[in-house]
Design a protein. Structure first.
Length: 310
């Protein structure tokens, strides 16, 4: 668990102080999965800070309102237009706390390096050079996050835990949606707002639930030399107690250079096939039909628009 830096923890403590008691209690239940029973408001705030994996995760919670972040920043002398969206306010808060940390480090005298410190530093540099991204693990973690967040917007599952929106996509994201149910159709969507709303409508208005199969047959990952990571995943589509069919989905992810350990979605190809159109036994073990070589070539093909999902 990465946790919060000292300036982030101090800043979030002040920010949480602007919430009412009911919001603090609800937020504590969400962050700790109801495993911690705080003794009063301050104890609840301590638990929230201790169990939050990152400042971004905490500030994205629905109980941390946009207006609260705005008021906190204003109290710190950070002047921002009142109409600024929540995800941008979060970035302003993170930037402010990062500056506070840099100021503290600047005022701290640099310790004299010993030969042991130098050896440790050199070893750390060598370790970082040898370090490679585990794309399989990245793909699995991404799928857990994406489908949990998307499915939580289904009104049958209660109030969503986190905020869905265009902030998870690059502004020029592309979605190609192919479905084969009572009819067969391919539709392209462009732009973070439109793509976000179309995916949201699947669960919020059509009441679908996408269940990914994350074993070796249902999940495949690859990367391009340019740093794009491609994740292909297969699974089943449900509505209530009924399994309606299967889906295959390919994501193109690019690391955000401005937010640490954050990847945004560059493109999506989604294929949904109704049960009536499937071969017998297909529902039992949904598998991604794209091979590793398909994923590796997918970046240039998808951008040119020549790849068909039929």
């Amino acid at each position: 668990m990465a946790g919060l830096s000292r300036p982030e923890s101090e800043g979030c403590r002040e920010l949480l102080g602007l919430l009412d008691d009911d919001d603090i209690a609800a937020l504590c239940d969400t962050v700790t999965s109801r495993l911690v029973q705080p003794d009063g408001r301050q104890d609840a705030i301590r638990a929230i800070l201790a169990y939050s994996q990152s400042v971004e995760e905490l500030l994205r919670r629905k109980k941390v309102h946009r207006d609260t972040i705005f008021k906190y920043l204003a109290s710190q002398g950070v002047i921002i237009p009142p109409a600024t969206e929540k995800h941008n306010l979060i970035q302003h808060a993170k930037d402010y706390w990062k500056r506070q940390l840099q100021l503290k480090l600047k005022d701290t005298p640099e310790p004299v390096k010993t030969s042991q410190d130098i050896r440790l530093f050199q070893q750390e540099k060598e370790d970082k050079k040898a370090e490679k991204v585990d794309f399989r693990q990245l793909g699995e973690e991404f799928c857990h996050w994406f489908f949990e967040l998307l499915n939580s917007q289904n009104p049958f599952l209660g109030p969503p835990q986190d905020e869905w929106g265009p902030q998870h996509f690059w502004h020029d994201v592309k979605l190609r949606f192919y479905y084969k149910t009572s009819e067969q159709k391919v539709i392209d969507y462009h732009g973070a707002e439109i793509v976000s709303l179309r995916l949201l409508s699947l669960v919020k208005e059509e009441y679908l639930f996408l269940s990914p199969n994350l074993d070796s047959r249902g999940l495949k990952c690859a990367s391009s030399p340019h740093g794009l990571v491609m994740v292909g995943v297969a699974g089943t589509v449900h509505r209530g107690d009924t399994c309606l069919g299967i889906f295959e989905q390919i994501f193109g992810l690019i690391r955000c250079p401005f937010v640490e350990n954050t990847w945004k979605i560059k493109f999506i190809n989604l294929r949904i096939i109704g049960e009536a159109s499937l071969a017998p036994g297909t529902l039992m073990k949904p598998a991604i039909t794209f091979e590793q070589s398909d994923l590796e070539a997918f970046y240039s093909i998808s951008l040119s628009g020549t790849k068909s999902m039929t």
